[in-house]
Design a protein around this ligand. Structure first.
Ligand code: GLP
Length: 261
């Protein structure tokens, strides 16, 4: 069985374009694809490119179904740091996609446990996720599955790690303003997606990228489980790939870093 496919590109811009090409191929193959989508800085370039493709008539999102990976608990959708708001700004606000085809966990639901269950059922009702795009947390988290998360977890309520909250403190205007909980797809929800696309950019991710791809599969590095997914691709820019031992990427086909032009 093939290991995780690895593609190394020159820089952030190329990462965005390459990721968008993979998503575009999925949509062209199946117009009613079910996509899983991430937030964070990493996928912004990909979203920009998808918006361009859609504007130029290359891609049609009108039948696409989307499920976001996660959302903070207690933030209203209009809150500037909510993932609802992020998705509107970077993607949905620029696409002709019917709102009922967009799914993001509701962190303001009266019954959060019920919301998690409803979300998981909704994914199943749509036949599961065809392609799930993931960013990578500095501590190896995927979605908000923090280190120590059980492999068998489904969509659930989680407590955010101190490290994750500190990283977000600037954006929220202080650590106290960062929510302490989130709703996230679980590791099992993620592993059930038929195809996975993991993205990482920049030197600060180089250490964790090496652990994820070349380290043991351990709960302390949640993304390391992706080594076992039968159809996973990781796209890295050269900086994020800089600590990899390219002679021993297990089963992966490592492309050479490309220079633009
Ligand atoms: C957040 C999100 C993750 C994302 C991670 C990395 O914690 N919940 O889904 O992958 O941040 O973000 P960035 O791309 O900004 O490094």
């Amino acid at each position: 069985m093939p290991g995780m496919r690895l593609k190394i590109v020159a820089d952030y811009e190329e990462l965005g374009r390459e990721a968008a090409r993979l998503v575009a191929r999925q949509i062209l193959l199946k117009e009613d694809s079910v996509l899983g989508l991430p937030t964070g800085e990493t996928p912004i370039g990909m979203y920009r490119e998808l918006v361009r493709m859609s504007r130029e008539g290359l891609l049609n999102f009108s039948k696409v179904i989307t499920f976001n990976l996660d959302e903070y608990v207690s933030l209203e959708p209009s809150h500037p740091q909510s993932f609802h708001h992020y998705m509107q700004v970077h993607l949905f606000g620029h696409l002709a996609i019917p709102p009922e085809q967009i799914h993001i966990p509701d962190g303001t639901a009266a019954d959060l446990e019920e919301e998690c269950q409803r979300y998981e059922e909704e994914i199943a009702r749509h036949g599961g996720i065809d392609l799930l795009v993931l960013g990578l947390g500095l501590n190896g988290h995927i979605g908000f599955n923090e280190p120590g998360s059980d492999w068998g977890t489904m969509t659930r309520l989680v407590v955010l790690s101190e490290e994750t909250r500190r990283r977000e403190a600037g954006r929220f205007g202080g650590l106290d303003l960062v929510p302490t909980q989130a709703i996230t797809m679980g590791i099992k929800t993620i592993m059930r997606a038929r195809r996975l696309l993991l993205l990482a950019s920049g030197e600060e991710k180089a250490g964790i990228v090496r652990e994820v791809l070349q380290g043991p599969i351990v709960k302390e590095v949640p993304a390391s489980i992706l080594q076992l997914h039968p159809d996973a691709t990781m796209i890295l820019d050269a900086a994020a790939a800089s600590k990899l031992n390219l002679c021993r990427v297990g089963g992966a086909s490592a492309g050479r870093p490309r220079t633009p032009g």
